[in-house]
Design a binder for this molecule. Structure first.
Ligand code: PGA
Length: 253
């Protein structure tokens, strides 16, 4: 059976002390989240190590927000999958729309990054999603499908056991404009169908597909009640421990 997950993408927020404090606050409240809901937090690179130590022994796993498309060497400013793994992370987010939009992250690069992350034993949260123009042109199904095909169709059914997909419509990220539960569900179902076409129904059924984009305590329950929505990738609301845990509790609503 697929796992329910609530993951917090802190983006470029918090300096070290604030990050450790936030991680501890989340850990202190983690027991309030349903036992079958996995919790992941993704702080900035600078405090992955301290945050991983702060939540050691709790149910919270730590993710990076990106990783390099090379293993090591002359790549100034980059952080490799091995480096991420060595400081206590078990996941990395890849292909977030902010990285695609501002840092030229292509599907091609994401294939490399995913390969290297999996080779290091990291799990991958792969983000896909259409922008407003594409949604208005009615291209949202096609855009998500091609992002899934371009990246994940290079991997095996076994690899899929360590890959989570996050559907994040770009127009809903940080805008307060959440996709309706129906809008999200129809894309999630389409992503699952796309995965089934390549990897078979069982792998598709077992893949966790998260929704992201202005998900908050007040709308999480309706989103999570959908058949193909298995949790959330949370930005703004993950910066408050109370809100983050309240979102995880929405599974009980
Ligand atoms: P948001 O961000 O919850 O602040 O909209 C979600 C994300 O970008 O992962």
């Amino acid at each position: 059976m697929r796992k329910k997950i609530v993951a917090g993408n802190w983006k470029m927020n918090t300096v070290k002390e604030q990050g450790v404090e936030l991680a501890k606050a989340v850990a202190a409240k983690a027991g309030e989240a349903p036992a079958n809901v996995g919790l992941i937090i993704a702080p900035p690179f600078t405090h992955l190590c301290c945050v991983a130590k702060a939540v050691e022994g709790t149910k919270i796993a730590v993710a990076a927000q990106n990783c390099a498309d090379h293993t090591s060497g002359a790549y100034t400013g980059e952080v490799s999958a091995a480096m991420i793994k060595a400081v206590g992370c078990s996941w990395t987010i890849l292909g977030h729309s902010e990285r695609r939009q501002y840092y030229g992250e292509t599907d091609e690069k994401l294939v490399e990054k995913t390969k290297l992350a999996l080779a290091e034993g990291l799990g991958v949260i792969l983000c896909v999603g259409e922008n407003l123009e594409q949604r208005e042109a009615g291209e949202h199904f096609a855009v998500c499908e091609s992002q899934i095909k371009n990246v994940l169709f290079n991997f095996s059914a076994d690899d899929m056991a360590r890959i989570i997909v996050a559907y994040e419509p770009v127009w809903a990220i940080g805008t307060g404009k959440t996709a309706t539960a129906e809008q999200a569900e129809e894309i999630h179902a389409h992503i699952r169908k796309t995965l089934a076409g390549k990897f078979g129904a069982k792998v598709a059924e077992d893949t966790t597909i998260l929704y992201g984009g202005s998900c908050k305590p007040s709308n999480a329950a309706e989103l999570f009640a959908q058949k193909d929505i298995d949790g959330g990738l949370i930005g703004g609301a993950a910066l408050k421990a109370d809100d983050f845990i309240a979102i995880a509790k929405a599974f009980e609503a």
